[in-house]
Design a protein around this ligand. Structure first.
Ligand code: NAD
Ligand code: IPM
Ligand code: MN
Length: 363
């Protein structure tokens, strides 16, 4: 029996709906394995802007720092799209990643066998998809300065800055090699070395670090080709390591191999402090408040939280198994289902997964 403190940041849109289901799952896990989880709620994103005037109140940062792990829903929405850059909900998310030094974002792209027909891609293409995208999360064009809009001679002009230090590249690439060692020992480093100086240093760094991992096969791939290869032949990939923005884009694309963006969880890890766990999708304003969002990405993120931050492997596996059972039995939310399947709402899908956690025997 152990005791853990988890910060919960539901955020905006479907965030609170999917986080609720993940928390009920964690409560069931606590019961099954006799742990005590204390959930401390904090504000981030649009709700925080509305209530405190900033997307990331200092109180939220402190709350997260004083916990074993953070579970986050999603931030953003049309309501805040006209805010100044500092008051945008997304700045809150970037801020908490930076404050907790969460440089390594793990995004597993795993196909549940029973969802093989949910993908818009052919069965033969998506069969056995099992990729881990390792995305750099606290550097690159997301954080570089200057970042500004100004009046130039020919009218408005804008600057975004892509900045990386060699050290930042090295630690995420190393993470890629480390996780590849525990998998199929194949690492694809994705860059744009034919154009970008940052990518050229990235490639050199990957080649240098590779010498310390002779058991891992390293390949380089240009990002445009990688986007194509992901849908042509996803089985060629084991671990993909890439910089912040490429990882953002490729992971949304890769999610469709598993049937839906609503299936992909993520873990953001730093050095020692609490990890942050969130689905890779956003606040989905188009379906918010309708009880139709798929909660599985967030439930699977809770499983990653159990594994990576609390060291509870058996508990994590029990959650993944419950999700698998629910899918095997044909339970579907609308994003992964068709009319003839058992379409469930967000809360109902959560309840089905919970029922398999309570009694893991397939009926
Ligand atoms: P989105 O990921 O919110 O939605 C894209 C599409 O996928 C929408 O059609 C949505 O309905 C669908 N979708 C997403 N999650 C789903 C789920 N769980 N179940 C079923 N369908 C799901 O991306 P967007 O529409 O480009 O962005 C909306 C807002 O979310 C923006 O403000 C954006 O900045 C923000 N955003 C936040 C995060 C985050 O908090 N991590 C991530 C991405 C986008
Ligand atoms: C994600 C999101 C965020 C990102 C946005 C909302 C800042 O798209 O978590 O993938 O680009 O990192
Ligand atoms: Mn994204």
């Amino acid at each position: 029996m152990s005791q853990f403190t988890i910060s919960v940041l539901p955020g905006d849109g479907i965030g609170p709906e999917v986080v609720r289901e993940a928390l009920l799952i964690l409560e069931q896990v606590a019961k099954n394995f006799q742990h005590t989880f204390t959930f401390n709620y904090g504000k981030v994103g649009g709700v925080a802007v509305d209530e405190t005037g900033t997307p990331l109140p200092q109180e939220t940062v402190e709350l997260c720092k004083n916990s074993h792990a953070v579970l986050l829903g999603a931030v953003g929405g049309p309501k805040w799209d006209q805010e100044t850059p500092e008051r945008r909900p997304e700045a809150g998310l970037l801020g908490i990643r930076k404050a907790l030094k969460l440089y390594a974002n793990l995004r597993p792209v795993t196909l549940f066998e029973s969802l093989i027909h949910a993908s818009p891609l052919k069965r033969e293409v998506v069969l056995d998809t099992d990729i881990l995208i390792v995305r750099e999360l606290t550097g690159g064009i997301y954080f570089g300065s200057p970042r500004e809009r100004r009046q130039g001679r020919d009218g408005l002009e804008v600057i975004d800055t892509l900045h990386y230090t060699e050290k930042e590249m090295e630690r995420i690439i190393r993470k890629g090699f480390d996780v590849a060692q525990g998998r199929k020992k194949k690492l694809t480093s994705v860059d744009k070395a034919n154009v970008l100086e940052s990518s050229r240093l990235w490639r050199e760094t990957a080649n240098r670090v590779a010498k310390e991992y002779p058991d891992v096969q390293l390949d380089h791939m240009l990002v445009d080709n990688a986007a194509m290869q992901l849908v042509r032949n996803p089985r060629q990939f084991d671990v993909i390591v890439t910089e912040n923005m490429f990882g953002d884009i490729l992971s949304d694309e890769a999610s469709m191999l598993t049937g839906s963006l609503g299936m992909l969880p993520s873990a953001s890890l730093g050095v020692g402090g609490p990890g942050l766990y969130e689905p890779i999708h956003g606040s989905a304003p188009d379906i918010a408040g309708k009880n139709v969002a798929n909660p599985l990405a967030t439930i699977l993120s809770a499983a990653m939280l159990l594994r990576h931050s609390l060291g509870l492997e058996e508990e994590a596996a029990s959650v993944e198994r419950a999700v698998d059972l629910a899918l095997e039995e044909g339970y579907r939310t609308q994003d992964i289902g068709s009319e003839w399947e058992r379409l469930l709402g967000t809360a109902q899908m959560g309840e089905v997964v919970r029922s398999y956690l309570r009694s893991p025997i397939k009926s």
